[in-house]
Design a protein around this ligand. Structure first.
Ligand code: GUN
Ligand code: ZN
Length: 652
């Protein structure tokens, strides 16, 4: 059973329970060759800290001696490995060497009989050059075999593989069909040739198509992905498990794995690694080693390099910079950059999992950053949810320090004495209404001062678009005294634009949807500001505290009177999660909402969004923030769905 611990978009930290312990994902499972182990499974567990490995049941079964030992003593004793063992089925052997002489039911039963923790179906490896017809047939056979295997798995967890070659519709179909089958892990198969041929854009399409169809509460394993170069990108797209035979395969040919790619020892002039395998060695001593010793050293190095990168990726998911990490890593090879660039085609899908905000600032790493789902959302919401104030003129400022409203405060004051004006800023995110300058990612993003061509072009397009949409009778770029003199002559008189009032309205509609501001702030509005920062902290309406504004990301935290106003004005299911009666008393006390207790949740809600927990009669029960998304809620059998901040007692 999988429990989601932390997430950033599709990237996630989870716990997978097995008979041999709990696996924390994302995780790399080193491939153990049952015939020959230069690095023993025990060492992998104790020295390297790999809590799971993968080995091949087909090879064990085909060797009389190993087969007997495995059946009589069990796989864990045979390999002397106390952790989690996953086995593959022989499918990969058929891809490499042709026919495999085993039936699906035989290999599934065999895996169960040797005590494998996670066994694998004998799927059909769909090759990238196959026709669609042939691939479609192979997908159906794979699905039939998965159904058959699921009836024989017993206590063993079972991996049901997504196949479908490079056809996104077949991948998605396969994944959707797998939802209904009782399996526990979903490897994405048939991708080794894509990685060998550096077809990372295709790999991205395959992963996304599979993720679209798969059940979110099951872990996804990227079969045969063992190069640290791809970990960050694959984790970003929601892959949880990886396996690597590369560490040993590459070591055999004296190839050295790094996050930047693979280097042949003979080309290396310096050994620039201080991992436990390399520490104290030089390129000369390494080259002078006997072949077996050199193989072992490089294999160990390759494992350390892979482990370190997986840990780095994990840290990025926890600290909120997995996008930055993936973007940087994808610059190590132009083919990986193709993978990164392909994400643009999938940004609408990615946006559904994109959190409302992050703890860390968004860093611009290059033109691809402009395709981030956070920026797409911002742009869409400004178009769809933002209402321009009805002022006579609009003045546009060029950039400046953040927060923009502070930077341009004096100029705005001066202009308002002369003209009824509103203000935009030409920001890296496009033309920005000044009152949205504190929300994520506007204030929490760092772009280079020197704009590149992509930034300039995007801004030009959006300025052009704005020039067609706006209703101001006069608009101009701010140009110091010249602008003031011009406005003084042309304008009908001073302005009433109130930045604070505009801010609370714009943020409410941006965050909760159009109409939210009207619902929240109808009545006598009082803004309480911080004495230190002069930022808005609380909004009171008719004496009731309806929302607080967070200093970190500029968005609102709902209070019960605000939640009730939204419930009355905005029809279900928007902004709500309906919980079972059993859950209601706990949530009213402020206890978190567990996934299995949610009946239904607004599909438009995103991770970190404010959500109103209601009972089946739409009465408010609590206010919290979404951990899962609408399509994930209820599907996870363990863990949190909503982090409750405040319970709401029933009104008398
Ligand atoms: N190992 C690498 N790719 C695959 C695959 O597609 N299926 C199986 N079963 N194992 C693999
Ligand atoms: Zn090293």
């Amino acid at each position: 059973m999988l429990e989601l611990i932390r997430r950033d978009g599709l990237a996630r930290i989870c716990k997978l329970e097995t008979r041999h312990g709990t696996l924390e994902t994302p995780a790399l499972l080193p491939v153990v060759n049952p015939r020959f182990q230069a690095i023993t499974p025990r060492e992998l567990y104790e020295t390297f800290g790999f809590k799971a490995i993968i080995t091949n049941s087909y090879i064990i079964r085909n060797d009389l001696k190993m087969r007997e030992t495995a059946v009589s003593s069990g796989l864990h004793a045979m390999l002397d490995y106390p952790g989690i063992i996953m086995t593959d089925s022989g499918t990969f052997q058929s891809h490499m060497y042709g026919e495999v002489e085993v039936k699906n039911e035989e290999i599934v039963d065999f895996q169960r009989s040797i005590g494998t923790d996670i066994g694998t179906v004998l799927d059909i490896f769909t090759e990238p050059e196959w026709s669609k017809e042939r691939t479609a047939e192979a997908v159906e056979v794979t699905l039939d075999r998965t159904k058959e295997a699921s009836t024989r798995k017993g206590e063993m967890m079972l991996a049901g593989v997504v196949q479908g070659s490079i056809y996104p519709d077949l991948r998605q179909h396969c994944a959707e069909q797998l939802r209904a089958i009782d399996v526990d892990v979903h490897p994405i198969g048939g991708v080794v040739p894509l990685m060998e041929q550096y077809r990372y854009a295709d790999l991205v399409d395959v992963i996304i198509a599979s993720k679209k169809g798969l059940a979110p509460e099951r872990p996804v394993h990227l079969f045969g992905a063992g190069h640290p170069m791809v970990f960050s990108l694959a984790v970003l797209l929601g892959c949880d498990m990886f396996d690597s035979a590369s560490y040993a395969k590459f070591a055999k040919d004296d190839r050295y794995m790094t996050i930047e790619g693979t280097y042949h020892l003979k080309d290396m002039k310096v050994l620039d690694c201080d991992c436990p395998a390399c520490a104290g060695k030089t390129i000369e001593t390494l080259k002078a080693m006997k072949p077996e010793q050199r193989f072992e050293t490089i294999a160990r190095h390759n494992l350390y390099a892979s482990k370190m990168e997986m840990d780095r990726v994990k840290r990025a998911v926890l600290e909120g910079d997995i996008w930055e990490l993936a973007e940087m890593r994808c610059r190590t090879h132009p083919a990986l950059l193709d993978g990164l660039r392909r994400l643009k085609e999938h940004r609408e899908f990615l946006e559904r999992y994109e959190p409302l905000s992050r703890d860390s600032a968004m860093f611009y790493t290059g033109a691809e950053t402009l395709n981030r789902p956070a920026l797409l959302r911002f742009e869409q919401r400004v178009k769809e949810r933002y209402t321009m104030p009805k002022t006579e003129t609009m003045v546009v400022f060029e950039g400046g320090e953040k927060p923009y409203a502070r930077h341009w405060a004096a100029q705005m004051g001066e202009i308002l004495k002369l003209a009824d004006s509103h203000f935009f800023v030409m920001s890296e995110l496009g033309p920005l209404p000044i009152e949205l300058d504190e929300i994520y990612p506007v204030a929490q993003s760092i772009f280079p001062r020197i704009r590149d061509r992509d930034m300039t072009e995007k801004l030009r397009e959006e300025m052009e678009d704005l020039s067609h949409r706006h209703q101001y009778s006069l608009s101009c770029m701010y140009d110091g005294q010249v602008t003031c003199e011009m406005l003084g002559m042309m304008s009908k008189g001073p302005g009433r634009f109130d930045l604070d009032v505009a801010r609370v309205h714009a943020v409410a509609d941006h965050q909760f949807g159009k109409g939210a501001a009207a619902a929240l702030f109808s009545g006598k509005v009082e803004l309480i500001k911080s004495k230190n920062t002069d930022k808005i902290r609380n909004v009171l309406v008719d004496g009731e505290h309806v929302v607080s504004m967070r200093a970190e990301d500029g968005f609102f935290t709902l209070r019960p009177p605000g939640a009730i106003r939204l419930l009355n004005a905005i029809p279900a299911p928007r902004l709500r999660a309906v919980v079972l009666d059993d859950s209601v008393p706990f949530n009213r006390e402020g206890k978190n909402v567990m996934s299995t207790f949610v009946v239904e949740a607004d599909a438009e809600l995103r991770p970190q969004d404010e959500v109103i927990v209601v009972d089946k009669n739409d009465s408010p029960v609590a206010i919290g923030r979404m951990v899962l998304t609408g399509d994930e809620i209820g599907r996870f059998k363990k863990g949190l769905a909503i982090k409750v901040r405040e319970g709401i007692k029933p009104s008398a």
